[in-house]
Design a protein around this ligand. Structure first.
Ligand code: 3HC
Ligand code: NAI
Length: 709
């Protein structure tokens, strides 16, 4: 018997327990253990029914994703999968009751659906999140789920990947009972109720399936919806195909069809990229010199200095996590504006059904305002979010140093300024760290945690842990200009401008980039953030750049002509009252004029060139950052880009994407661009080194000893 699965008895009820921490993934040994248990149960006349349950914190989080990586990299062969063991469970002559706590996800839900009944605690969730990994359910999920919940709901769950809570699953027919109190005891009692009754096989149920004709409108609408909302992703469309087949084919044929489609997805570049993204996101929390055992500073309260765009939204982040927060600004008006923004944001969430009014009322009670530094004295964490000015930040940090209690963490939300210089104004630089939230802070999941030269390990470890509590993905980055995200992003935006200077229309640049999969084009993004913002940043940065580098001029001209982007109704595009963008003939004319004045030769520029130049800029700067050690791993840079900058998740992030293109090819192209466009394109030494050695960024990650996948 596999030691990952235990078989015990409670009188006439057998109990199969899966124990494969941390999430009971269906790793090798688990299906075999279940299969063996079922065989024993069939043979044991004293057993009348069985309960299948997960040990530890959850039921089953699905197939073991590590095994998929081994299959696609050729380390192991694709095995028979889970289907046979699920048939054994379903064919068991004694009722099998699956008891769920935590999650039943992917193969976990497929396993549960092969049982004859499912019971769960109220907080449990079930789902088919495979699309998030670029695959579809591969153990009969596309065939059994529509039989339990109907085609429409099955499509919704398999295409969105979103789980449903037990009470909803009960309504949908996925669950048979929600158990308050002890799950195992409740499941055993349920098993006794159904013992001796004929078993119901999910695969034989057809009452909710309907015919292909009846389902045609639902299926067509779902395809349309997926094409619009999950642009570029292959797996959700394939999942619809597999579910639709359940209405046409007998169960066995439907499963065979599902297997074929599953394999197509699994071996695709999209799936490899998404699986990389999954592991990279988990890897970021591993900091070599800050192990998990590092003592943490309890954060039971927070204070935020500056109630502007960022400060107000950061206050919501803390309130949403149940942490009381004090918001400080210079005058009553600023505080009132901040509070009004918070209330407006919450009202939108209530209107959209994301939060209830009671929930919001509770959150609002956690947010207090003040004009006095003395009132931040009790806070365990103070975050500064005042204007982006070094002089002002130094002043504010001196005040915080005076008012904050010893041991409190002091953080800055600066996006570009030197954290060490800020920290040096305090008497406790070891307590200072950067917490770079992204706008809108209450929505964006990325949090760059900026490690100063003196930041203590306790402060770093606490912020890494805190990011999870706040619902953020905390990525530790070093203290360089723009940190990781903006250090790469600003040159990317500048490259987009260069393309317009050389003859591409702004809308052609943005279209090429959104066709590549980015959430927005670089010029539309600039208009959204305000052209004056990067204008100011570049002006400040120019002093630090090597002399003689090519400089962009179009954005400067737009700003100087009062075109600041969406906020003035005009920038690279013109905007109507609903802030919808259209190409602006007037701007096109101005661009022609400015380009002629600058004497920039004009030419036709292909979409391929646009994508290469913008994306390879990210890669080249990313390689510099990696080599200089400002990011720990290539996967960390990818995580930043996937969660903060709208990089298409099915391309795995800029560094992974470069690996899939081939670093030799990327390097050769960058060398050509270097010759054509000068020093800004100087290839990063690490890129050159890896390309010449025939290696990838993933290899580099493995060799520097920090890889998981
Ligand atoms: N396979 C292998 N490892 C897994 C795993 C899985 N299915 N799910 C989680 N893990 C690992 C994580 O990598 C992490 O490892 P680490 O500690 O070494 O970094 C550890 O388990 C804990 O995971 P999290 O940090 O994510 O823990 P959380 O408590 O935050 O989240 C979770 C738990 C919601 C279960 C989340 O891990 C998750 O979403 N897992 C993936 C679920 C999924 O996609 N399942 C479908 C798999 S594909 C499948 O089943 C195909 C089938 O149809 C045949
Ligand atoms: P903002 O202009 O909206 O708000 C700044 C607030 O600080 C104002 O309410 C102002 O009254 C207040 N303030 C100024 N001096 C103060 C003082 N001495 N004491 C207390 N409050 C004071 O600015 P925003 O956009 O919120 O930016 C704040 C910081 O966040 C900056 O460092 C910025 O670089 C950074 N940031 C901004 C992002 C954005 O998209 N807006 C994204 C990520 C970081």
């Amino acid at each position: 018997m596999s030691d990952l699965v235990q078989l015990t008895k409670d009188n006439d009820i057998a109990i199969i327990t899966i124990n494969n921490p941390p999430v009971n993934a269906l790793s090798p040994g688990v299906p075999q253990g279940i299969s063996e248990s079922i065989r024993k149960i069939q043979q044991d006349d004293t057993v009348k029914a069985a309960v299948l349950i997960g040990g530890g914190r959850t039921f089953v989080a699905g197939a073991d994703i590590n095994e998929f990586v081994k299959m696609t990299s050729g380390k192991i062969k694709r095995g028979v999968g889970l289907l046979p063991v699920l048939l054994e469970i379903e064919d068991c002559r004694k009722p099998v009751v699956v008891a769920i706590h935590g999650n039943a996800l992917g193969g976990g839900l497929e396993l549960a659906m092969s049982g004859h009944y499912r019971v769960a605690v109220p907080g449990a969730q079930v789902g088919q999140p495979e699309v998030n990994l670029g695959i579809i359910p591969g153990a009969g999920g596309t065939q059994r789920l529509p039989r339990l919940a109907g085609v429409e709901k099955a499509i919704e769950m398999c295409t969105s990947g979103k789980p449903v809570k037990a009470p909803e699953a009960l309504k949908l027919g996925i669950m048979d009972r929600v158990i308050e109190g002890d799950l195992l005891a409740g499941a055993v009692a349920f098993a006794r109720e159904v013992a001796g009754k004929p078993t119901r096989k999910t695969r034989e149920r057809t009452e909710k399936l309907g015919t292909p004709e009846q389902n045609a409108p639902v299926v067509a609408a779902a395809r349309e919806n997926v094409r619009k909302r999950q642009r570029g992703l292959m797996a959700p469309l394939v999942a619809i195909d597999a579910i639709e087949a359940a209405t046409r084919l007998p169960f066995e044929d439907g499963c065979q069809n599902e297997q074929r489609l599953f394999d197509e997805c699994l071996f695709s570049d999209q799936s490899k990229a998404l699986i990389h993204a999954f592991f990279a996101e988990r890897e970021v929390s591993k900091i070599p010199d800050v192990p998990k055992e590092t003592p943490v500073i309890p954060v039971g309260s927070a204070a935020i200095i500056g109630a502007g765009t960022m400060g107000a939204a950061i206050a919501m982040v803390f309130a949403n996590a149940g942490i009381p927060v004090v918001l400080k600004d210079v005058d009553r008006n600023a505080l009132d504006r901040g509070l009004a923004n918070i209330e407006k944001n919450y009202a939108v969430s209530v209107k959209r059904g994301r939060f209830t009014q009671e929930y919001v009322d509770e959150r609002m009670k956690l947010i207090k305002t003040t004009l006095r530094y003395e009132e931040i004295g009790g806070a365990d964490l103070v975050i500064e979010a005042v204007f982006e000015s070094m002089a002002l930040k130094k002043e504010v940090f001196a005040e915080i140093d005076r008012a904050a209690k010893r041991g409190a963490i002091i953080a800055s939300n600066t996006s570009t300024l030197n954290l060490d210089e800020i920290a040096a104004t305090t008497s406790r630089p070891e307590s200072v760290i950067g917490l770079h939230f992204f706008s809108p802070a209450n929505v964006m999941r990325l949090l760059e945690i900026v490690r100063g030269r003196r930041s203590s390990k306790e402060v770093i470890g606490t912020c890494m842990q805190l990011s999870k509590k706040l619902g953020k993905i905390g990525v530790l980055v070093g203290n360089c200009w723009g940190f990781v995200g903006n250090r790469m992003f600003l040159p990317y935006i500048r490259e987009a401008q260069f393309l317009v200077e050389e003859g591409a229309a702004p809308e052609a640049v943005d279209k090429a980039i959104t066709d590549f999969g980015m959430a927005m084009g670089p010029l539309a993004v600039s208009d959204l953030g305000g052209l004056d913002v990067s204008y100011r940043i570049w002006r400040e940065h120019r002093g630090q750049e090597k002399p003689g580098l090519r400089r962009a001029y179009l954005e400067d001209r737009l700003v100087e002509s009062g075109r600041l982007g969406q906020k003035t109704g005009s920038g690279w595009y013109k905007y109507d009252a609903e802030r919808r963008a259209t190409p602006d003939p007037e701007v096109a004319e101005l661009i022609r004029k400015w380009n002629a004045e600058a004497g920039t030769p004009q030419r036709k520029i292909s979409a391929d060139e646009i994508v290469e130049r913008c994306i390879y800029t990210l890669v080249n700067v990313g390689a510099q950052i990696l080599e200089e050690g400002y990011a720990l791993r290539a996967g960390d840079i990818d995580t930043v880009y996937l969660n903060g900058y709208g990089f298409p998740n099915y391309r795995g992030g800029p560094m992974w994407y470069a690996d899939t293109v081939g670093l030799q090819r990327v390097y050769d192209r960058i060398c050509k661009l270097h010759l054509q466009h000068g020093a800004l394109w100087e290839p990063a030494p690490l890129l050159k080194q890896l390309a010449e050695a025939g290696k990838t960024f993933a290899d580099y990650q493995r060799e520097t000893g920090q890889a998981a996948d």
